[in-house]
Design a binder for this molecule. Structure first.
Ligand SMILES: Nc1ncnc2c1ncn2[C@@H]1O[C@H](COP(=O)(O)OP(=O)(O)OP(=O)(O)O)[C@@H](O)[C@H]1O
Length: 717
């Protein structure tokens, strides 16, 4: 075991004595010694400087929960590194605005020193420079050293849009390049068929004692015949939705441009044969959703049989993925991955990994529950993390929790609109017209998305829809359409809530109060990404008030959430349009139903081997009533006339003060940042709409739950 390649500049590996405990439960066949990276100098990271955090409120929102002693403490009061030149263009986007990252115009002078000592491979660094990523985000800063040099298992939690994808992506790329380097130097022998076991000094399995950053274990490396013949599957990244898997793949492709790494996606809803062809090319990384992946593994796909010897597993959006009742395939897969557990590095990420809250009332009060064995109703963040540790067989993982109790991103502005159920459509219309900008509206059911998409199409707002019952191609088309239109409107279920990185989403509207606090955090996280500002607004009707209050309490937002100032003077005028559009939608809906009934009858007739004549259909549908047809046409015409007329606040034309005191420029002339500013600068004398409607938000005493959560994590692990 000689002096050797360091883990970084000027760093050296030194032999270390390991006690039995250290190796307990592990399986290091061929272990010949252990070395530690003696000057894995975390201090040097402290010298890195970061964007100045806002003085007020920022500290309150941040928590830093760690279990290991060597963690970086980030200085709040240091200013950003002086860049010779700033990135000159939006850092990410697509040709269509979604899921690919764009280059900056001129990166030659960019100062990339903030990435030093983070073990980022040179070709990746070159690429980061081209993309204008001049400094790591906090989660990247804290994850890269232990995950790359230390090869540690990581449990990482950081706010939405904070760059978690690269926090797990760069260590994977680094690992692959390292492997290739060893193969090329003959440290790992791929070609020699006769030589199955090769002595190796690979930093394959890494542990630490809680003080030193990283320890290298020397093993006897075995390369299987399969790895040699078909190329090695290094990493598997699991995502909860197809769109997210595609996006993560594109992100990694963009950042590994100079690394020549093959990355494939395996997701449902798209041609399996095509994916099998991709797998035949032996991608080093596979990004997958659990269902299709498990299907292919079960079918015996030869390349995927390597999952038993996987070197890196990533579970993104882990809290969703591991939720009870979801993704049975993932549980089956994890059982199957048991074999690779010891040698594998596992990286687990989510913005809500440590978010805990009271369970829904129905669970705590149900009779069934009381009779059954006593279960702890509320888990602590520590217990939650422990569940991941035991389910995934993590080895002394590093916990990096940068999330605030509030859960949401720091640059997010939040507000709510108390309203009557029947007003929601009109209020949404007013919002869209007064505040043009890319807007994502979340609803709790597919049928609501369909209905609202029809109504807002009739209102000429050109919405696109996204939900799980759409064809996959259509889903991707919707996303691209939305992302390419700066005033685009996307109506979606929670299938779009997690992970999607669509550039320039200015507003996230919760048409329905989300069912869980986690969903609120993730939905809202589609805006205010990568330190950009964004606005999220909840529409709350009386029936939803208790859910809303509970959510606010869970997220510690009770005293913070302001009411969004709405111009109710417009409401009467807008209601006329919206009601007409709703009527037309209803008529259209029943029309479509009669057609689908026919479809059903046709199918039933076919099954019974009955002849179904085209003429048979006619009596099934209500005979076309010419006067009804005329009425329908008339309604359409009057809606069109209404939509052509300018819509101003009652009694005002041009600029006018609203009931809230805010100055609103009616319809389409408002600037896109205006909605956000209206919340920020809301005058203290604003009359509460909730009060007007007899809706009152419950106010609860504030108490510092954040501290409690931190304590729980520390005790729980
Ligand atoms: N170091 C960096 N500098 C600038 N931008 C970055 C950096 N790292 C990532 N980004 C950009 O930040 C955006 C958000 O990153 P990413 O999608 O990884 O966030 P996330 O933390 O996974 O969010 P979510 O929790 O919503 O899934 C992306 O557009 C990405 O290109």
């Amino acid at each position: 075991m000689g002096k050797k390649r360091g883990g970084g500049k000027g760093q050296e590996w030194k032999p270390v004595q390991a006690n039995d405990l250290f190796l307990e439960g592990t399986n290091f066949d061929g272990l010949i010694g252990i070395e530690e990276l003696s000057d894995y100098n975390i201090e040097s990271f402290k010298k890195l400087k970061f964007k100045k955090q806002p003085e007020d409120g920022a500290d309150r929102k941040r928590s830093l929960v760690e279990t290991s002693a060597e963690e970086v403490v980030l200085p709040d009061n240091e200013s950003a590194p002086k860049k010779k030149k700033k990135a000159s263009k939006n850092q990410s986007g697509t040709k269509n605005g979604w899921s690919v990252t764009n280059d900056v115009d001129d990166e030659t002078d960019l100062d990339m020193s903030a990435w030093e000592n983070l073990f980022v491979p040179e070709p990746v660094l070159m690429r980061l420079k081209e993309l204008g990523f001049t400094e790591p985000t906090r989660i990247q800063l804290m994850t890269l050293p232990p995950a790359t040099a230390g090869r540690k298992d990581i449990l990482g939690a950081a706010e939405t849009g904070s760059g978690k994808t690269l926090a797990f992506g760069i260590p994977i790329i680094s690992r692959i390049l390292d492997y290739r380097d060893k193969v090329s130097k003959g440290i790992i022998n791929e070609d020699n068929e006769a030589e199955d076991s090769v002595s190796d000094e690979e930093e394959e399995v890494v542990e630490d004692d809680g003080k030193i950053g990283c320890v290298k274990v020397e093993t006897t490396k075995t390369i299987s015949n399969t790895d040699r013949k078909m190329g090695k599957l290094h990493a598997l990244i699991l995502e909860p939705t197809r769109e997210l898997a595609i996006q993560v793949r594109n992100h990694l492709v963009a950042v590994s441009k100079y690394c020549n790494i093959k990355i494939a996606t395996v997701v449902g809803g798209m041609a399996q044969e095509k994916q099998e062809r991709e797998l035949k090319k032996c991608p080093e990384i596979v990004v997958a959703t659990p269902g299709r992946l498990w299907e292919l593994i079960k079918e015996g796909n030869p390349f995927l049989q390597q999952v038993d010897r996987l070197t890196c597993l990533v579970i993104d959006e882990a809290d969703r993925m591991m939720e009870r009742g979801h993704f049975q395939e993932l549980r089956d897969l994890i059982e199957r991955l048991e074999l690779s557990k010891c040698a594998r590095q596992t990286l687990v990420f989510s913005a809500t990994l440590t978010l805990v809250h009271e369970p829904p009332k129905r669970l705590s009060t149900s009779k069934k529950k009381k009779k059954g064995p006593k279960q702890p109703l509320r888990v602590t963040p520590g217990q939650k993390l422990n569940q991941f540790i035991s389910m995934l067989g993590l080895k002394n993982p590093k916990v990096i929790d940068l999330t605030a109790k509030e859960g949401t991103a720091e640059s997010l502005t939040e507000a709510y609109i108390p309203c009557r159920l029947e007003e929601k459509d009109a209020l949404l219309y007013i919002f869209l017209k007064n505040h043009p900008g890319r807007t994502l509206v979340f609803l709790n059911s597919i049928s609501s998305v369909r209905r609202l998409a029809n109504v807002f199409t009739l209102l000429k707002c050109s919405p696109v829809a996204l939900h799980a019952q759409m064809m996959q191609k259509q889903r991707l088309k919707s996303l691209e359409k939305f992302a390419s239109n700066p005033t685009g409107l996307l109506l979606a279920t929670d299938v779009a809530a997690r992970g999607l990185d669509i550039v320039g989403v200015q507003h996230v509207i919760h048409y329905h109060v989300p069912r869980t606090s986690e969903n609120y955090v993730h939905r809202s996280g589609r805006t205010a990404r990568a330190h950009k500002e964004g606005l999220t607004v909840l529409f709350v009707e009386p029936q939803e008030m208790s859910g809303f209050n509970r959510m606010c309490q869970n997220l510690g937002k009770h005293n913070d959430l302001p009411e969004f100032p709405v111009d109710r003077n417009m409401l009467d005028e807008v209601k006329k349009r919206v009601e007409l559009a709703k009527e037309l939608e209803q008529l259209d809906h029943s029309h479509r139903r009669s057609y689908s009934d026919e479809g059903w009858l046709k199918k039933a007739a076919k099954e019974l081997d009955l002849h179904f004549d085209e003429h048979d259909r006619l009596p099934l549908r209500a005979p076309v009533d010419p006067s009804a047809e005329r009425a329908l046409k008339l309604k359409k015409k009057s809606l069109e006339a209404l939509l052509r007329a300018p819509l101003n606040s009652k009694g005002f034309s041009g600029k006018y003060p609203t009931s809230t005191g805010a100055l609103v420029v009616p319809f389409s002339s408002g600037s896109s940042g205006e909605a956000l500013n209206m919340v920020k600068t809301k005058s203290p004398g604003v009359k509460s709409l909730g009060h007007e409607l007899g809706i009152k938000k419950k106010r609860r005493p504030r108490f510092n739950k954040k501290k409690k959560a931190v304590k729980n994590v520390k005790e729980g692990i």
